[in-house]
Design a protein around this ligand. Sequence first.
Ligand code: FAD
Ligand code: NAI
Length: 466
Amino acid sequence: MSYDLIVIGTGPGGYVCAIRASQLGLKVAVVEKRATFGGTCLNVGCIPSKALLHASELFEEAGHSFANMGIVVDKPKLDLPALLGFKDKAVDGNTKGVAFLMKKNKIDTFHGTATIAAPGKVEVALADGGKQSLESKAIVIATGSDVAKLPGIEIDEQRIVSSTGAIALPKVPGKLIVVGAGVIGLELGSVWRRLGAEVTVVEFLDRILPGMDGEVAKSFQRILEKQGIAFRLGAKVTGVDTSGATLKASIEPAAGGAAETLEADVVLVAIGRVAYTEGLGLEALGVEKDKRGRVVTDHYFRTNVPGIFAIGDAIAGPMLAHKAEDEGVALAELLAGQAGHVNYDVIPGVVYTSPEVASVGKTEEELKAAGIEYKVGKFPFLANGRAKANDQTEGFVKILADAATDKVLGAHIIGVEAGEMIHECAVLMEFGGSSEDLARTCHAHPTRSEAVKEAAMAVEKRAIHM
Ligand code: FAD
Ligand code: NAI
């Protein structure tokens, strides 16, 4: 069978690329080795983790915050199988949604493992047996990423888990050790703390959330500590003794020194993810990869082998679903002769904890390192009417603007709904807007978004409510 485009992998990068290409008139096929479409994000990543975050947040609110508002309820009881069922339903609904979209867009789908036999040729070892040879003018590698392993610590997905095991624990662990204070560690650590686990996060660096604005990360750490999460920064887990009923993790200072033992029922390894390209046959084809195993592409998602392209977690850049999706759209448009592109300076990042942490553009640390002069405007939710009305006053908005031109270079928000609010900053930055533009845009009252406007006003020290 012959196609204009074959996409290998149906995560947010792959399925979106396939749909956009089909919209533009290309004849498209996808190959997926999982039983369901949607990749890491829909099956074991974004969607199930957000369902668990949502349900566990409501569980905690019902137990703690309702009474403050005069809503008297009995102490909520946890039905963990039902909560996990709620999460599974969210996954099922989303993955079926992608299957529907494949049909709607007349995309041929093949379930099995793809190997690129040669430029233009894909061999599929079909999931239900047999082989299928496919031909295509263009082949897209959208095979995503896999969990980074900690040497000497074997993930069994029962007691030593990756995020995949951590979204399906059959019992709330009494004690949970999270290795890595990144996005997965803090999101899933929050889920299990809310459900009753005692959570200790062990992080190699001396800060949480590397890459996020330092002031935001510090403030977020304090909030998480208040919620009951313990942090061991500047420390590493060097081994886990699994011989007894309780796990014994050896923790060492990152800089060297005496080891100590921490006990746990479950250890979650969340130290990052690595590009996944196994079995594609890239070595035989001579497709270039970088030191971290990511497929090397140019600005147009082309690998060094003509006709083979790559997007998403399998290539460089932030490992985020929306980054993969935008690359999928851009590549489809390029293949159809249009001018697709991705603006890597404006890719929001959100940590979906409570409160949320959201960021777009440069951090203060990045601006300092680049020698760019900047102004800072900050506004706390404590001074925002809606936040006070709802008794959700933690956090602040921080706007970073170029000292000479006032162009907004970065925005960082910590607070309830930060993940929704960040987008007005993203749109502003996409259009090259200034803090003055944001400050002069009328914002509805009472909304949390008024804190964004006031932070922009604070850049010129004229915030009203502070
Ligand atoms: P993937 O989604 O990994 O999809 C790749 C697909 O390719 C897989 O389905 C795989 O089975 C298939 N495949 C691989 N090799 C082959 C082959 N040879 N033949 C056929 N098929 C193959 N990102 C966010 O933006 N927001 C979030 O809230 C968020 N939460 C996350 C939570 C967790 C727990 C995890 C683990 C990740 C999360 N991410 C989140 C990251 C996000 O999931 C990834 O960035 C995104 O899925 C990358 O998309 P992709 O299309 O590149 O690859
Ligand atoms: P991460 O890169 O966000 O964080 C990993 C953390 O582990 C870092 O703080 C790092 O310093 C630390 N670390 C590394 N080695 C260590 C060691 N040996 N001991 C202790 N700490 C160690 O990776 P994470 O959290 O695993 O997430 C993987 C990817 O998934 C991320 O790139 C992220 O973008 C994506 N993701 C996105 C989400 C979102 O957008 N909300 C949610 C979950 C994942």
